[in-house]
Design a protein around this ligand. Structure first.
Ligand SMILES: [Zn+2]
Length: 585
């Protein structure tokens, strides 16, 4: 039986255990050179230590030699790795998301949810976790202060990945391992299937070469281990198969098949196994074969506003889509070679149901949608994608709000009668900063006319808003009555008609949140709201020289509430309230 090519310089007189270890490192020459020459002794020792570690576990689990798995993801993580004698530790952080691992909870340990596997608890003392009913030994977690640290090699082992650590650069790379290769004859030609220990980051790239005739497939993020290639079936047009580590940066594993006549190669699609392993299917077929075929249909995205179906295979033209209310029916050139993959199916998604009807050349995909939507085709390297989107979805535009803190500097504005005296100019700036923060959290851009206690003439305030092309202008003031205590409550001022709806929504939210007396929305020719081009209002949430309202204004929570009411008023005016409330849930 042919086996994967290997270079000789990696296997020099190993002991039994070393042989296990070295089998891990039995890459074709590019990787070997990388591991053994380029990076020097430190990397070599680190990798050797990792391999010993992995190998040692392989022996504890079973008597028979366990095929040790290298892992691959071809993603380099920059981590502040904590070095301990046994293995490097990395902090629990965003890089887990890149591995599609979810940190579920935190108690005496860390509850991690692995892709395709059950969640498990990993503690600072236990050296065993149970994954899919199997007990596995792992190094314990570390906890230093508030920070959690994960042992990298143990994590990689749980994921069936190989961690290649570069201690000098403090980086780690993870890779998936080729586990098996299978060949079988199908109606349309020959199907070659390659199984990897982990889901690869991208589909393989395929192509043909001449003299001799051969086809190849490149798998990014995959590494080679010592596996046995299947024998070639009688009468097949394949004369030889080879595997090699085509590139190390990025990691690319190349499959090559020499053929007795020119063949085409195409990607049929992939299947995910129970443990998260991934099997990619390739179709090798004669160049003369003109029959249309379809490899696989996969629902690969399904959210409430958009769904994407991926169609692997050959199309002479784009399949026709027919609309019948919320049902789409897509005429297919033939029945798919692999079953419909509904991996992304969810109850909340736009696609409620999808099935393939018919056989041979009369097949069609029938899709039931949650609500009416439009579909269009997008060409991909292998096949096409059908993108289905609901019509009225548009992302919220980033709006610019100019917030004007009234008065400032030599102009203190109103003043409270009791000591220590509150100045309007200080309170308006305080509220302006609070409003700015809330608006920015809500996704708005904010410009303040002043950010400290300086005097700013009214025309300058207007110019800031007009020159910036603001979408709204809000001037913040606090009221005063000639006789202290003589008047109280909330007022909002506007001048132009376009400003009235903004004044109304801010006024309504101020009354709701502050609970003060409503003195009305008033149309008044105040300078800053008369000369600004955009919807502009001036708010007077309450009276600074009314004893009760003065006491309230001394409270931080009350000033925060004023800012919040103005924020909700702006959001409602722009129609952003439903989105923001949804985000806040
Ligand atoms: Zn004022």
């Amino acid at each position: 039986m042919p086996t994967a090519n290997r270079s000789a310089n990696c296997s020099n007189n190993p002991s039994h255990r070393q042989r296990q270890v070295l089998s891990l490192l039995t890459f074709p020459s590019p990787v070997c050179q990388f591991l053994w020459r380029k990076e020097g002794a430190k990397v070599r020792m680190a990798i050797l230590a990792l391999c010993l570690f992995v190998s040692a576990f392989g022996h504890t689990q079973s008597e028979a030699p366990v095929p040790t798995r290298l892992l691959v993801l071809d993603k380099t993580f920059n981590l502040p790795i904590l070095w301990l004698p046994d293995e490097p530790y990395a902090p629990v952080g965003d890089w887990l998301t890149a591995l599609k691992i979810r940190w579920v909870a935190q108690g005496s340990g860390l509850a991690l949810k692995l892709p395709y596997q059950t969640a498990f608890l990993w503690t600072t003392t236990s050296a065993k976790v149970i994954v899919n009913g199997r007990e596995m030994e792992v190094a314990p977690l570390l906890r230093r202060g508030e920070d959690w640290w994960l042992p990298l090699v143990s994590l990689a082992r749980l994921l069936r990945l190989l961690a290649v650590v570069n201690p000098e650069k403090r980086m780690v790379k993870l890779a998936a391992l080729l586990q098996s290769v299978a060949v079988k004859q199908v109606a349309l030609g020959w199907q070659v299937s390659l199984t990897f220990s982990y889901r690869l980051p991208t589909p393989p790239k395929v192509g043909t070469l001449r003299e001799p005739d051969r086809v190849y497939a490149d798998f990014v993020g995959a590494a080679l281990q010592d596996i046995t290639l299947p024998s070639l079936p009688d009468g097949s047009p394949l004369s030889k198969m080879r595997l090699g580590q085509f590139s190390n940066e990025p990691l690319i594993l190349r499959f090559v098949a020499e053929t007795t006549s020119p063949l085409q190669i195409s990607v049929v699609g992939s299947e995910i196994g129970d443990e998260g392993d991934e099997r990619w299917h390739l179709l090798l077929f004669s160049s003369e074969q003109r029959e249309q075929w379809l490899g696989q249909i996969r629902l690969q995205e399904n959210i409430s506003t958009r769904a994407i179906f991926r169609f692997w295979g050959r199309f002479e033209e784009k399949p026709t889509v027919r609309y019948e209310g919320t049902t789409l029916s897509i005429l297919l050139p033939s029945a798919p070679l692999l079953p419909l993959d509904n991996a992304s199916f969810t109850d909340e998604g736009l696609v409620r149901e999808a099935r393939v009807e018919g056989q041979g050349t009369a097949a069609r995909l029938v899709v039931t949608l949650l609500k009416p939507a439009q579909a269009h085709w997008e060409k991909r390297e292998q096949g096409v994608e059908l993108v289905i989107e609901t019509p009225f979805v548009r992302p919220r535009r980033v709006r610019l709000i100019v917030v004007d803190a009234g008065h400032g500097g030599k102009d203190p504005g109103a003043m409270s009668p009791s000591q220590p005296s509150l100045l309007e100019k200080h309170l308006t700036l305080d509220i302006a900063f609070r409003l700015k923060r809330l608006l920015e959290q809500g996704g708005y851009q904010v410009l303040l006319t002043r950010t400290d206690d300086t005097y700013l003439p009214l025309p300058d305030r207007v110019a800031i808003a007009n020159n910036a092309g603001a979408d709204a202008f809000v001037s913040i003031h606090l009221n005063a009555f000639p006789q202290p205590g003589g008047q109280w409550g909330t007022e909002v001022y506007y001048w132009t008609l376009q400003s009235l709806p903004l004044a109304e929504s801010i006024y309504r939210h101020l009354l709701t949140l502050l609970g003060r007396k409503g003195n009305g929305i008033r149309q008044r020719q105040l300078y800053v709201i008369r000369h600004t081009f955009m919807p502009s209002v001036l708010v007077e949430p309450c009276y600074l020289n009314h004893p009760e309202e003065e006491a309230l204004l001394r409270q931080e929570w009350f000033r925060e509430r004023i800012a919040l009411a103005i924020f909700w008023g702006i959001a409602e005016f722009f129609g952003d309230l439903p989105t923001l409330q949804k985000q806040g849930e």
